[in-house]
Design a protein around this ligand. Structure first.
Ligand code: APR
Length: 308
């Protein structure tokens, strides 16, 4: 098992660290455009092996030769939105980056499974799908696991219970329009509506929806990376170990939930073949409407992409 992580920034480097410490691969290649950074971070991480006791080799590089034959490619390359930069500008810049790294990576690893983390997530996953030419089961985006983890954390904090007992699904695009599905939110199997009043539940789901901004407001520069990297690695683990976890991921829809030709967060079964099944849960009308609205926004943004 070989894993390539593209982007040796906060999310990429932390994901690489989690991967090697969990020994999810024999080899990890950490790629970045900035000279020295992936090499330095990779070597620093490798030097922790005798202490953390893992045998995974990690190498940092500015090229793609070392990535050849990867089973999984995690794309975290991109830039953060800067002051004065519109969402469209950010999308154009990161689309250029994701196009470039996808083409270079798939040329060396034609059988890999791609997981995209770069934002705007659903649009960047679509870019990787188009540019890789891979079947849709091998190209997915990480958003739902993170959004759901945030929601689960807030519920556990509110009820003072173990996060392990909180189950939830946050679906839709990764952004303001994401859809926390209350109907399937349970605590040790007990529907959340039996434990919390509606206004409290709404406040918690609103907080989850704004979870990314909450962290940015604290950090001032940069955005969240501990939970995003953990979420990406949970997906990788399910694939590497063929665990067949049911996780909310950005998947390419071809009619499911009445949506077509769009990447959107839905529950999927993740195993050795990537997305092995898209699971269609029964949604209330309001949630389905919200899912469609969210997918519509993704589509509108995808329509602005220019593929040469
Ligand atoms: N090839 C390889 N690496 C690149 C390229 C490229 N063409 N362009 C940029 N990078 C690298 C940068 O050099 C940087 O090291 O991507 C890295 C991004 O790291 P950070 O700026 O630390 O951003 P991070 O917090 O890791 O977020 C990465 O994930 O969650 C999303 O919105 C976030 O799109 C962003 C991405």
């Amino acid at each position: 098992m070989k894993i390539t992580v593209i982007g040796a920034g906060n999310v990429g480097a932390t994901a690489a660290q989690r991967i090697i410490e969990k020994e999810l691969a024999h080899h990890v290649a950490l790629v970045d455009v900035v000279e020295g950074v992936p090499q330095g971070k990779g070597l620093d991480m490798y030097e922790s092996a005798p202490i953390e006791l893992f045998d995974t080799k990690i190498v940092g590089t500015n090229g793609y030769d070392e990535t050849a034959g990867s089973d999984i490619i995690l794309i975290t390359a991109g830039i953060a939105r800067k002051p004065g930069m519109s969402r469209d500008d950010l999308q154009n810049t990161n689309a250029g980056i994701v196009k470039d790294v996808t083409e270079k990576a798939v040329a060396k690893s034609p059988h890999a499974i791609i997981i995209v983390v770069s934002n705007p997530l659903d649009v960047m996953t679509y870019v990787a799908y188009i540019r890789s030419g891979f079947p849709a089961n091998r190209v997915m985006g990480m958003a739902g696991v993170l959004d759901t983890a945030r929601f689960r954390t807030f519920i556990a904090m509110e009820l003072d219970v173990s996060v392990q007992d909180v189950n939830a699904f946050v679906l839709g695009g990764h952004g303001d329009s994401m859809v926390p599905v209350i109907k399937y939110t349970t605590i040790a199997g007990i529907p959340i509506k039996e434990l919390l009043p509606a206004d409290k539940i709404k406040a918690l789901s609103d907080r989850a929806r704004n979870g990314g901004i909450e962290i940015v407001n604290f950090l001032k520069t940069g955005s969240a990376y501990y939970a995003p990297s953990a979420a990406a690695v949970e997906m990788i683990e399910s694939i590497v170990k063929d665990r067949k976890r049911i996780l909310p991921c950005a998947a390419y829809l071809t009619g499911q939930y009445g949506l077509n030709d769009v990447y959107c967060g839905v529950p999927v079964k993740l195993g050795k073949d990537g997305i092995e099944q898209i699971i269609e849960i029964k949604l209330d009308d309001d949630d389905l409407k919200a899912l469609h609205k969210s997918a519509e926004e993704v589509k509108t943004n995808c329509a602005k992409l220019k593929f040469d």
